[in-house]
Design a protein around this ligand. Structure first.
Ligand code: F0G
Length: 429
């Protein structure tokens, strides 16, 4: 056995090329399960380093460089890649680290992917699988980034892309991408959770392949955020990995990656996962707080529209990820998210609002004593600053409803005079 699909609820197994998204018997979530013992001998210590010096498109991709852990027997000719991954691991700088409350803070910026979010890592794997199973059309529900990514990868592959948005709550940059890449773009009169229900039904009934993160191949691609991060760190695990939680695909993928890397001996200890939700979109946090007695759902409301999700599809996999990593869940207000975003932006790094929940979450977890000030922490920034220009402009103009613009950088207007320029010097340093 090399790799297969396995239902996490009933244990049913299917071949990797079976055209399945969820379990055909019980409806449970599927995992792509790899035979780690069979893979171990292939993973010579310098394998990934050697690939860093190669021009082969698969070796250059920050996903397919690690293909043994993603889709081990994939036919290279089927792979659809944009050279995704290879994202920077930034040291936070003193001011931002102080703001977060930890001495050692790094930011892995997944907004540096080709379409500006981590979704490209999942989509290269998901669209490759769509091609392997012979799909002609692909579909997703999205708060904007999945759709931008799917639209791009589908266009490259020659697949029809159908993207469905919750009406009124998708950031401008993301809608623009979907239209530009030529996807059939549809607004649904409902929220993300309604929209995901609709596309899941459509994918069950119609000849169309679902590329939301319930598709297990998406998560195999997203695992490489962790794999690449640890490769960048010479396989030295930090104390904490901090990630925003929406539909919980990333959280699930990170847990699986860390679990596998540890089982393979590539890391000698598993870092702890901290999942951060927005206060108005906090179903996982509610369940965590009540000791997992209830699977909570909420009508989600947050300015971080990427994570405006009240019924996360990957809930059981996220709980498993927390168990594998001794993880924690927290929540932060929109005010805390936008202030943290202003700090990340002003550090010259920048991200979209949902990503900034990480730094806001670290602040809270340090305050509460969960993260120690001396801990070594990596936050994953999930999307690019330019995804949501409205949030930036309104924050700095002081017009964001319900939020105080604590760190506003206001636009000034001057007369065209040298004196007016001279008066600006040293002003904002
Ligand atoms: N950050 C960003 C920028 C996102 O776009 C998303 C999810 C998340 C965090 C949450 O990740 O769902 O894996 O927990 N965006 C999805 C979308 C829902 O449709 O683009 P998750």
């Amino acid at each position: 056995m090399l790799s297969l699909l396995k239902c996490m609820d009933c244990g049913r197994e299917d071949a990797l090329d079976a055209r399945l998204i969820t379990c055909p018997v019980c409806g449970g979530l599927l995992d792509v399960v790899h035979d780690l013992d069979a893979l171990r001998p292939a993973l010579a210590p310098d394998l990934f380093n050697r690939r860093l010096a190669s021009w082969d498109p698969l070796d250059r991709s920050g996903v397919w460089r690690y293909r043994e852990l993603v889709h081990p027997a994939v036919d290279a000719a089927q792979v659809v890649t944009r050279g995704e991954g290879n994202t920077t691991l930034y040291p936070a700088g003193r001011r931002l680290a102080e703001y977060a409350g930890v001495a050692r803070l790094h930011l892995k910026h997944e907004g540096e992917n080709p379409t500006g979010s981590f979704k490209d890592r999942g989509m290269t794997a998901g669209v490759t699988q769509a091609r392997i199973v012979g799909a002609r059309s692909v579909i997703c529900a999205s708060t904007g980034n999945t759709s931008a990514s799917m639209a791009s990868y589908a266009a490259i592959t020659g697949l029809q892309a159908l993207v469905f948005f919750p009406v009124g709550y998708v950031a401008l940059g993301k809608i623009a991408q979907s239209l530009a890449y030529g996807a059939t773009s549809v607004q649904v009169e409902g929220d993300f959770d309604d929209t995901l229900d609709l596309v899941r039904q459509a994918a069950d009934e119609l000849p169309i392949y679902l590329l939301n993160s319930v598709n297990p191949f998406r998560l195999e691609g997203q695992k490489t955020i962790m794999i690449e991060l640890l490769h960048q760190r010479g396989w030295h695990a930090p104390d904490w990995i901090v990630v925003p939680g929406g539909n919980l695909g990333n959280s699930s993928a990170f847990g699986k990656a860390l679990h596998e890397l540890h089982a393979l001996g590539l890391i000698d200890r598993v870092p702890r996962l901290a999942i951060v939700q927005a206060e108005g979109a906090d179903p996982l946090y509610r369940s965590y707080r009540d000791g997992w007695q209830t699977r909570h759902t909420v009508r989600a409301e947050t300015l971080a529209t990427a994570i405006r999700i009240g019924n996360p599809a990957n809930y059981p996999k996220a709980i498993r990820a927390l168990a594998w990593t001794d993880g924690v869940v927290t929540e932060v207000s929109d005010q805390a998210i936008l202030d943290a975003k202003a700090q990340i932006d002003a550090a010259g790094i920048g991200c979209e609002p949902a990503s900034a929940a990480t730094v806001a979450g670290i602040r809270r977890l340090v305050d509460e004593g969960t993260i120690a000030p001396g801990d070594d922490v990596v936050a994953v920034l999930t999307g690019h600053l330019l995804k949501d220009p409205d949030a930036v402009m309104k924050y700095h103009a002081g017009t964001l409803a319900g939020v105080a613009s604590t760190y506003a950088n206001t636009m000034r207007t001057i007369q065209p005079s040298l004196d007016a320029v001279a008066a600006l010097l040293g002003d904002s340093v």
